[in-house]
Design a protein around this ligand. Sequence first.
Ligand SMILES: Cc1cc2nc3c(=O)[nH]c(=O)nc-3n(C[C@H](O)[C@H](O)[C@H](O)COP(=O)(O)O)c2cc1C
Length: 176
Amino acid sequence: MDLLMPVLRRRWSPREFDPDRVLSTDETDALLEAARWAPSAGNSQPWAFHPVLRKSARWEAVVPHLAGSCLPWATQASLLVVNLCQMYVEGTDWQYSEFATYDLGQAVAHMTIQAHSMGLAGRQFRAFDKDALTAELDVPPHWEILTMTAFGAAAPGAVRDAGAASRADSVSWPRP
Ligand SMILES: Cc1cc2nc3c(=O)[nH]c(=O)nc-3n(C[C@H](O)[C@H](O)[C@H](O)COP(=O)(O)O)c2cc1C
């Protein structure tokens, strides 16, 4: 696998971030820009992102809705991003796009790779009170919060979860 891009090999999801690392506006913009340039079915771009910088007013509003399991590391992150997906055409019960959740995942993947390319790291998570966060952010009914991502610099000495580096041999093709 020598041809695998180094940034893909390096990507991992820390559970410890450097709590003193502050992201610059350019770094935050670059993460969001990476998502913006992701492909989507019919260029439908069924995503939206709420960036929440540590110590901002929005941070104080969002953190109470995080589950206890992620508090130790999510509150060390420099930036939390709430990842939203457009599920319906506004004002209807028509599905917006068959591929909406697929496309959101792809945009978030772009963001995490962008983070690693800048010496940062991200951990995606679902450990939050979705109903409470939906109300807090006043999410319209045709949108849904699917996940969040904690971004920052991995703390020195942080280690990957046991077993997280293993991958099932799920890719097979008939080699010549
Ligand atoms: C959609 C999604 C939801 C996740 N939810 C959580 C979560 O709630 N809590 C958590 O600690 N990690 C969560 N993770 C992180 C995964 O556990 C982690 O990516 C996986 O163990 C592989 O490790 P790696 O990213 O270091 O390769 C989530 C990841 C994804 C993609």
